[in-house]
Ligand binder design. Structure first.
Ligand code: ZN
Ligand code: ZN
Length: 412
């Protein structure tokens, strides 16, 4: 049994706008066992004094694509699976070293990658997966260009593909069932046009109402929910009416639709950093011209959407949605959101609220008895300066995942 005691910690977890001071935390093997204001003693414990430092639950990013090793997703889908897996291991290690101990992959990652992390084959965050995102022909995961008449299922089984194509109620039901059988913990659909795909302007509606409703039923039958790629107000409203729970991006939402989201308990997962990164670097990293032209259709509405969602009382989860070499910007979403939202709410989106969206409430995103010992130590208070969470973990002297330090420079 391995025991670590963190002493004199100031805890910041997104549930209070001031740190909880003078806390002691006992970690036994993979879990937090005790959290106390009084000193904790245990024999054979490794004691880490955190006076002057902040202890946070490991961060959670609810919108990633760990298999996106290239910004050009059509090209990525054609890479050999082995190469994609190797790239994914490097991308995931980068995420962990930024303090993200759990990520929700919303298209692409499979059970094998999830299992590889669990077996310790490489260092990475815990993966919550949906398998392949479902897309209609010509939708956001159809990477065939206008004159490309390859079979629509050409990419379906490639690890490097974010999604698979299905059309019609019976096909979408089968696709959802296959993903759930393969280990999907929720179902992702592409219900609106997108930036990174060649033939679907942003305003395109993905799937018919009947198809979306059928997928929602399949997800509910499997005791889970549907997450949908959505930008325009019309598409968000239709999705939420059909029972979509997790609204990805939501850039063009109106106050009226945000109100409906709040009433229905739908969660928003904005991903503003990716539009900044795509705008600045996308073309350099191989984003096709047809995609570059679409970025500003969603980028410019970004901060306004945060204000609209916040004032409607919609729960928000942290998302980054970065591709290829742009993954290094993952933590900058904290700073972008901090421009319009209170720091506590921004942190909450990457802790408790994210944990709930991952279906792992009280196991992750909190520092409490019974939770996984996913912990990060921060030099300073992120409630005062969210930029402390950026810089590739520069201000994080220690990162622990499931009771094991994956980084520890505290003794140095
Ligand atoms: Zn999307
Ligand atoms: Zn995405």
């Amino acid at each position: 049994m391995s025991i670590t005691i963190f002493q004199n910690a100031s805890i910041v977890d997104g549930t209070s706008d001031a740190p909880r001071e003078g806390v002691n935390v006992l970690v036994e093997d993979r879990h937090v066992r005790e959290v106390s204001d009084a000193p904790i003693r245990a024999t054979d414990a490794r004691v880490v004094d955190l006076a002057g430092k902040v202890l946070m639950p490991g961060l959670i990013d609810c919108h990633v694509h760990v298999i996106a090793s290239e910004a050009n997703l059509g090209r990525n889908a054609l890479l050999p699976d082995s190469l994609v897996a190797a790239h994914a291991s490097v991308i995931m290690r980068g995420m962990l070293m930024r303090g993200f101990t759990t990520v929700r992959d919303v298209g692409g990652a499979d059970f094998g990658l999830q299992q590889a992390v669990e077996e310790g084959l490489f260092e990475g965050p815990r993966l919550v997966i949906c398998g392949k995102a479902l897309s209609q022909t010509g939708g956001h995961c159809d990477f065939r260009g206008r004159y490309d008449v390859r079979d629509r299922h050409a990419f379906d089984r490639k690890l490097g593909s974010l999604g698979r194509i299905c059309d019609g109620v019976s096909e979408v039901r089968l696709a959802a069932r296959e993903e759930i059988k393969a280990g999907a913990q929720f179902i992702k659909i592409m219900a609106n046009g997108g930036v990174a795909s060649p033939t679907d302007p942003i305003a395109f509606m993905g799937f018919s109402r009947e198809e979306v409703t059928a997928i929602v039923e399949e997800a509910r039958n499997a005791q889970t929910y549907v997450s949908a790629h959505l930008y325009t107000d019309e598409a968000i409203r239709r999705g939420v009416e059909c029972g979509v729970h997790s609204v990805e991006h939501a850039n063009l939402v109106t106050a009226e639709t945000a109100k409906l989201m709040a009433e229905k308990g739908a969660v928003a997962c904005p991903t503003l950093v990716t539009y900044e990164a795509l705008k600045n670097e996308g073309a350099d990293y191989g984003l096709p011209e047809s995609s570059v032209a679409k970025i500003d259709d969603v980028r410019l509405a970004g901060l306004r959407s945060l204000e609209i969602l916040h004032s409607a009382g919609v729960t928000m989860a942290y998302g980054s949605d970065l591709l290829g070499a742009m993954h290094r910007h993952q933590s900058e979403e904290f700073v972008i959101r901090g421009r319009v939202l209170p720091a506590m709410d921004v942190i909450r989106s990457a802790t408790v609220d994210a944990a709930r969206l991952c279906g792992m409430e009280s196991k992750i995103g909190c520092i409490a008895p019974g939770a996984y010992a996913d912990l990060i130590v921060v030099d300073g208070n992120p409630l005062d300066d969210l930029a402390l969470l950026t810089g590739q973990g520069r201000s994080m002297p220690a990162i622990m995942k499931e009771g094991r330090f994956v980084k520890n420079t505290l003794d140095a």
